[in-house]
Design a protein around this ligand. Structure first.
Ligand code: XXG
Ligand code: FE2
Length: 334
């Protein structure tokens, strides 16, 4: 209809990501043998992985390639009409979109891929096959007993612009780190948890980490013990600890290509329509670790290159705002 605003896709949740890894056997060792992801299907150059609670085909694709990168982030949309809504929403902003036929990605129905205003390649799909349920196959569980994907954390040069864009996509805001002048970080959701997406200020677009849910904090500790026993303690980058923001228990790991992931558990429900925002002062030493432990500098500065719709690396724009690490009080800057 003439004059009506472009429709907005109804997003259900953060669903999966595709990472480029430089040695698929080494990546399989880390993600499957050590962390405990389940292989739903395998191709000579790709693995399709999920957690034990995930009822759909995959949460993560690992694809062999020459340089480590993020190929795309994928959100589940509610229905088929939302694919058209995504084309309208991004097309109206002059951004590239592409229709992807059903089955081009194993297990996934027809989809729409876009280059979003922040420079990320994002997919919207509304159907994915349901393989065998593994929730009660306790006999199969290994490693961190990953349950499912929880969230994406992306590095952006302008956190407020990222917040405004995701708000226009219908995301709710759960928590922030800020001062009177600057929004340093924000956590936003569609499913009823603290977040599906969060923003870290820095040179971007880059992927900061993929957050995977485990059911209990002992799984966070156990994966650290396993990595220590394997003399792979160098994969532990930050934590274990309890976050201030989200109240979750966490550890950040780096895979053999340097991609960062988080094992994350015990955050909280955000589904009430009047859910109140929790705003942390950037000067609060408990905001990123409730026990006041320092954030290692690499956590703020290192991140994964992102690819455009054609698979080419995206150039990064330098951080526009004051860096949180230069004003924060989390121990690193103490
Ligand atoms: O998932 C998260 C995080 O974005 O990875 C980081 C929840 C909280 C935090 S923070 O470091 O701010 O406590
Ligand atoms: Fe996270």
């Amino acid at each position: 209809m003439a004059g009506s605003p472009p429709r907005c896709p109804d997003i259900v949740r953060a669903a999966y990501a595709e990472l480029i890894v430089t040695d698929l056997d080494r990546a399989r060792w880390f993600w499957v043998d050590v962390l405990g992801f389940v292989i739903t299907s395998a191709e000579p150059d790709a693995l399709y992985l999920r957690g034990y609670d995930e009822l759909t085909h995959h949460n993560l694709i690992l694809r062999a390639g020459s340089d480590p990168a993020l190929r795309r982030l994928a959100f589940r949309a509610r229905g088929f009409a939302d694919l058209g809504a995504a084309e309208e929403f991004y097309g109206a902003r002059g951004l590239r979109t592409a229709r992807i036929p059903a089955g081009e990605t194993p297990g996934v129905g027809e989809a729409v891929r876009v280059e979003d205003p922040l420079g990320f390649t994002v997919e919207f799909f509304c159907s994915m096959i349901h393989p065998e349920r593994l929730q009660q196959r306790y006999d199969l569980r290994r490693g961190a007993e990953i349950a499912r994907l929880d969230h994406f954390n992306i590095v952006v040069p302008d956190v407020r612009a990222a917040f405004e864009y995701y708000r226009s996509l219908g995301f709710g805001l759960s928590e922030t780190i800020e001062d009177e002048r600057t929004l340093y970080a924000a956590w936003m959701y569609r499913k009823q948890t603290v977040h599906d997406v969060a923003f870290t200020g820095g040179d971007g677009p880059r992927l900061h980490h993929l957050g995977f849910f485990a059911h209990e904090s002992h799984q966070v500790l156990r994966i650290c013990d396993i990595l220590g026993s394997l003399r792979a303690e160098g994969c532990i980058e930050r934590g274990p600890g309890r976050h201030g923001v989200s109240n979750a228990v966490y550890v950040y790991l780096r895979d053999p290509d340097g991609h960062r992931l988080e094992i994350y558990t015990s955050d909280y429900y955000t589904g009430d329509p009047d859910h109140p925002v929790l705003r942390w002062s950037v000067k609060d030493p408990r905001r990123r670790d409730f026990w006041g432990n320092a954030v290692i500098p690499s956590w703020y500065s290192e991140a994964t290159t992102v690819l455009d719709l054609d698979g080419k690396p995206r150039p990064v724009t330098p951080e526009k705002q004051t860096a949180e690490s230069s004003v924060g009080a989390d121990g690193f800057s103490r």
